[in-house]
Design a protein. Structure first.
Length: 252
């Protein structure tokens, strides 16, 4: 059934390709647009859920579309994030002359031969990038959950998002939002020559927020997957689960 909350969810799905396209642009203005659109899209996740509950518009279609929209938005943002942050998980802070724009804290030259720029989070302990294994853990979990929900739906079971999974999504959105803002801000900093204590303090603050939210998101990604496996795995014959196949299971 298509209603207002479901229409908002569909709008979030439609916005994901545009966000991914804008953020990989090398100019700071398109990256600012990508960040603004991402914030709007992420906010609709709360708006459509609240509307559905307050107006008694909760539908099985919405329960399936909402997690799907979250996953598509996450994947469509993580892939360009990996492209712009791809590096080891942790690296030492470079010397001041290793920054791409003199003393401006911003993107760094990852490969001198191809002048590839990456945009790791800057923290007091060092640079935090996005290695392939973290991308793989997050994306694999989301793909598995999408297939899991589809298989369960065919057996008459609608699996809504659990509390830890919702919290995981919140930290993922903070992580992505911090990364997108960093892509924009550091690109603008290079263009305008921003430097000094105020800019460096912002870079460290943004990096700490992004790194902490990333760590919490990864931990909740693995934890919530284990909960789904245990509670609903028997629907598709997974071992170690507790819900009998064919039951009408609904999570909070």
């Amino acid at each position: 059934m298509m209603n207002l909350p479901n229409a908002i969810t569909m709008g979030r799905i439609a916005a994901t390709p545009l966000i991914a396209t804008l953020v990989i642009n090398s100019a700071w203005q398109p990256r600012l647009s990508a960040w603004v659109l991402f914030i709007i899209a992420a906010s609709t996740d709360y708006v459509d859920g609240k509307l559905a509950r307050d107006r008694n518009l909760v539908t099985n279609l919405g329960k399936l579309l909402d997690p799907l929209a979250d996953k598509l938005l996450l994947i469509a943002t993580l892939l360009p994030m990996y492209w712009l942050m791809r590096d080891s998980l942790f690296a030492s802070l470079p010397a001041s002359d290793a920054w791409a724009a003199g003393e401006t804290v911003g993107p760094i030259v990852a490969s001198v031969g191809e002048r590839r720029l990456v945009y790791p989070f800057v923290t007091p302990l060092g640079l935090v990038g996005l290695p392939l294994w973290i991308l793989g853990v997050v994306v694999l979990r989301e793909v598995m959950m999408t297939l899991f929900r589809q298989l369960a739906a065919r057996r008459g079971v609608v699996i809504a998002a659990m509390g830890p999974a919702k919290l995981k999504t919140t930290f993922q959105m903070i992580w992505v939002g911090a990364a997108f803002f960093w892509f924009m801000a550091s690109t603008a900093a290079v263009e305008h020559g921003w430097r000094g204590q105020a800019w460096n303090a912002f870079a460290l603050f943004n990096g700490i927020v992004g790194t902490v939210s990333m760590v919490l998101a990864i931990a909740l990604t693995l934890y919530s997957m284990g909960l789904y496996w245990r509670r609903y795995g028997s629907i598709i014959g997974l071992p170690g689960s507790s819900t009998a196949p064919g039951s009408q299971a609904r999570a909070g």
